[in-house]
Design a binder for this molecule. Sequence first.
Ligand SMILES: [Cu+2]
Length: 339
Amino acid sequence: MIKLLVYLAIALAIILIVQLMRIYQLSSEVKGKHIGKADDDDNRSQGLLMLLFVLALFAGLIWLLFDVRGKMLPPAASDVGTISDNVYMFNWIIIFIVFFATSFLLFYFPFRYKKQKESKAYFYPHNDKLELIWTVVPSIALAVIIIYGLSLWGKMTGTPDPKSMVIQVYAKQFDWTVRYSGADNKLGRTDYRLIDDASNNTVGMDSKDTAGWDDFMVRGEFHIPVNVPILFKCNAREVMHGVYFPHFRDQINCVPGITTELHFTATITTDSMRKITHDTAFDYVLLCNRVCGSGHYNMPMKVVVDSPDEFKAWMAKQHPFFADLYNAYHKQAVPTAMK
Ligand SMILES: [Cu+2]
């Protein structure tokens, strides 16, 4: 109902403006003014309107910036995330300087150089020096942005720390299975023919590979330790999914048939982030950012960043998928990545 009234009000406002313009036009014709031919008064008022428009635009933009401050993501909680935020902010600063300068000039010039009766056009066809400046300065700025961005890209996609804790993130319609590589830090072999959701073997673990005997799988929520490099090996079952960690500012596609990798070190525990955000209910989250089907919206998975002790305590509560085989041959140990 309110929506309908709003539309009605907008329609009436448009009709009102059209009618007012018609009245203005008729009254001008009665006064003997030439409609459609701008005189000095028109040029002056239009120039002033241009200036007022750009000032209103800037005021609105600055208001918007202050308004969204509390709605942005909290500070980056990973090593690459911090650099990513810096690159992002660096770009914003350049964009803002250029935007404010060029937009202001664009609207200021029609005001400053509006046509008046006595004004004469100035013929200024060419200036090599100016052309050189407006070519070289943006080129240098772009080169700096690209080199800075590439240095981050190199860190995100380069060789992971060899001491990284290896974790598999397996996507299917419509949830995640996270598999830990256990004390040996090696993920056991998988085979799609062994996938059996009924017995919770969602990733198709192969019991013949001893490296997988200490692997355990979790769903619903998963934990990672703070300040330990993590290497995520990402897979998808049937369609493309996307591993997306907004708070760690990192993401990678999960593609059926191949393994993609993502690595970062979480730098802020869930508890610390709750203090930073003044939100006792804050949780990190893993999202799917490929529209993978009708249940795509339902894929968020809680991520908990633990202190080392909390993580060890959580690990101790997990059970290897092949618990019988594991108990026969292993003793649960601290993962090598945490030693
Ligand atoms: Cu998905």
